[in-house]
Design a binder for this molecule. Structure first.
Ligand code: S3P
Length: 464
């Protein structure tokens, strides 16, 4: 942190620390006799955020199909609208964005509320750092606890001023410099959000901005920047990747199709694997090599998943998946795989709970600072459902039940969508139902989750 600026306490105008305002909704998942049918999953969350942001920076209209209409993405589109971008939706679901060009945003009148979305917040901080005005950010009760210095630090090196409340947390403000400085930055934690924030600020800087990642993370920003006509290269280096972006391009509008989210597909993949008598086809799932660590891991554990019809859609690999029930065995999941499945450990834990033998997972330090402390939430939830596990600061060991785990527990979701959905899947595979104390957060990434599973034969209901 330059000058320790992010250590200062800062109260953004017109904002107070948000309390969770939404009602609590309990859900119960009952043991399931089998999932059957064909389905798709909602659009990729990461790609949806990026599509809106890059379309906003292009000159002219971009049409986007398949965008994820979830709470997180809605917060990003509302923030862009508050910065002067016109965004609309046609009756057929297609979104259109009238971009204002690089550096063309206007200062928002109000604090930008990013809800639960770490991705929306961190990417837009990068965007804001490229503009000379001040942008204030806040979020919900979970987001205001998450660390922001990882993004503030490189943005300050680029010349922005970032003022956070104590603990480097939101509410915070970003004021861009007159002329952002193009930098070469080694990202200290594997984080696509940090990488993307630097690249978005670099769009406004003259000259070349470089980012080095020791471990490659999802490259949706790079792929999409290239698609919008930016000059960007990614070169392997020492087991990692060096990305170079030429600043101040004119981004050219392009039509975008958002593939199905492999992270959302992960819940179906695990459910159809661990619930006997299942056979599910999931069409149009994103197969970006930096996102499919869960698929590799499940295959290694003995899953029966066929990849069909691989294709390219708008610069991203996509395929259909056919998943059938299988008996899983425990394995050791290497730390090096973590970036390619960082959001999938909650659902992998449920697969491990049903497997025969022990599964160990390493390299999980980042799980402590997600929408909740996911290592703690998984351990507590598994214990409530009769499954043994142990965790250390950055690892997790699960002793599988070798079939349906006991279930019959109530799990705290900690307002974390992936914890909530993971334990509902466990309830479908368990001997007795599992309840979660609050499923409201599911809408941040997978609206209609319960109904969707219901259409394949699952019984997931709100508890009144
Ligand atoms: C995301 C990056 C990951 C991931 C998050 C989405 C993105 O976060 O956990 O859900 O879209 O860039 P980190 O960058 O913190 O690893």
């Amino acid at each position: 942190m330059i000058g320790g600026l992010c250590q200062k306490t800062f109260a953004a105008p017109n904002s107070s620390l948000p309390e969770k305002a939404v009602p609590v909704t309990q859900f119960r998942a009952k043991p399931c006799a089998g999932l059957q049918g064909e389905t798709t999953v909602p659009g990729d969350k990461s790609i949806s955020h990026r599509a809106l942001i890059l379309a906003a920076l292009a000159v002219g209209r971009t049409n986007i199909t398949g965008i994820l209409a979830s709470d997180d993405v809605t917060h990003t589109s509302a923030a862009l609208a508050a910065m002067g971008v016109s965004i609309g939706q046609k009756p057929d679901g297609m979104w259109h964005v009238d971009g204002v060009g690089i550096g063309g945003m206007r200062e928002p009148d109000q604090v930008l509320d990013m809800g639960n979305s770490g991705t929306g917040a961190r990417l837009l901080m990068g965007l804001a750092a490229g503009h000379t005005f001040t942008t204030n950010f806040t979020g919900d009760a979970s987001l205001v606890q998450r660390p922001m210095s990882r993004v503030a630090t490189p943005l300050e090196i680029m010349g922005a001023t970032v003022l956070c409340r104590s603990g480097d947390r939101m509410p915070l403000s970003v004021t861009g410099p007159q002329a952002p400085i193009p930098i070469a930055y080694d990202v200290p934690v594997p984080s696509a959000q940090v990488k993307s924030a630097v690249l978005l600020a670099g769009l406004c800087a003259p000259g070349e901005t470089e980012v080095f990642e020791a471990q490659a993370t999802r490259d949706h920003t790079e792929r999409m920047l290239a698609r919008f006509g930016a000059e960007i290269t990614a070169v392997p280096e020492n087991g990692g990747v060096r990305i170079t972006l030429v600043g101040q391009p004119e981004l050219i509008p392009t039509d975008i199709t958002v593939p199905g989210d492999p992270s959302s597909a992960g819940f179906l993949m695990v459910a159809a694997t661990v619930i006997p008598n299942s056979n599910v086809r999931i069409s149009g799932v994103g197969m970006n090599p930096l996102r499919i660590g869960l698929l590799d891991t499940l295959m290694e554990m003995g899953a029966d998943i066929r990849i069909e019809n691989p294709r390219d859609e708008g610069g991203e690999p996509v395929a259909d998946l056919v998943v059938k029930s299988a008996n899983l065995h425990g394995i050791s999941v290497p730390a090096a795989r973590a970036p390619s499945m960082i959001d999938e450990y909650p659902i992998l834990a449920m697969a491990a709970a049903c497997a025969t033998g022990t599964t160990t997972m390493a390299g999980l330090a980042e799980l402590r600072v997600k929408e909740s402390d996911r290592l703690a939430a998984i351990g507590d939830g598994l214990a409530a459902c009769g499954v043994q596990s142990t965790s250390a600061q950055d690892s997790l060991t699960i002793h599988g039940a070798g079939g349906p785990p006991p279930g019959d527990g109530t799990v705290h979701s900690h307002f974390d969508h992936r914890i909530a959905m993971g334990f509902l899947v466990l309830g479908l595979a368990a001997k007795a139902p599992v309840e979660i104390d609050d499923g409201e957060a599911i809408a941040t990434s997978y609206p209609g989750f319960a109904e969707h599973f219901g259409s394949l034969g699952a019984d997931i209901q709100e508890v009144s």
